[in-house]
Design a protein around this ligand. Structure first.
Ligand code: COA
Length: 166
């Protein structure tokens, strides 16, 4: 039987425990999962693409069937190039739905064969996003329950560095 590959795209600025929750669920459902870090410069990420990719690599090193890549293209082009079977997206709250619906339909218009699979993280991760974690960290709040320890250290160092530049 053909092995099934899913792509989990995102900006991952930085990867959080919420993303990891989705990745672990996807890794149980598919033979392989490619975490595709989008360059997404319009979002003005705190970490550059190489840093984000490296942080993802560190965070998922214990999950066997996961590969890490980056892309700077339309998601549909990337999915076609990888001959992937599905795109994974996390659905946290009702407000995610509208954006996800729009994106899935646009992607399907561009690439009719594309399938998007939505996974729900466990409830303790439902309210987090990379931005909110960065915001709490910027003002010295406790972020240790939202990030793997290595990612927390990297974020604290980055925020300290950026503060010096400001
Ligand atoms: N746990 C915690 N946070 C989560 C999460 C989860 N399970 N799922 C999503 N989030 C957060 C993300 O960290 C992100 O936070 P931020 O906005 O503070 O950075 C936010 O929710 C939105 O996540 P997402 O919708 O995945 O956006 P993204 O910026 O991470 O990724 C792309 C968007 C990269 C998938 C999309 O822009 C894309 O496909 N780009 C390629 C170009 C393209 O094809 N565009 C046309 C699309 S129709």
């Amino acid at each position: 039987m053909k092995s099934r590959t899913a792509i989990y795209p995102g900006t991952f600025d930085p990867i959080t425990n919420g993303h990891l929750d989705i990745i672990k669920r996807a890794a149980r459902l598919f033979d392989s999962v490619i975490i595709a870090v989008s360059n997404n410069i319009q979002k003005k990420p705190l970490f550059d693409i190489d840093e984000r990719t490296e942080l993802v690599r560190i965070a998922v090193q214990d999950i066997d069937n996961v590969a890490i890549d980056s892309f700077d293209d339309l998601l549909v082009n990337y999915v076609s190039a990888k001959k992937a079977d599905a795109v994974i997206r996390g659905l946290r709250v009702i407000s995610d739905f509208e954006y996800e619906f729009q994106m899935a339909l646009m992607n399907r218009k561009l690439l009719p064969d594309i399938e998007t699979v939505y996974l729900m993280p466990s409830e303790e991760h439902i309210y987090i996003s990379s931005s909110i974690v960065k915001e709490v960290g910027r003002y010295g709040g406790n972020i240790s329950c939202f990030l793997p320890p290595e990612i927390e250290t990297a974020l604290r160092n980055k925020l300290r560095m950026v503060k010096k530049i400001w």
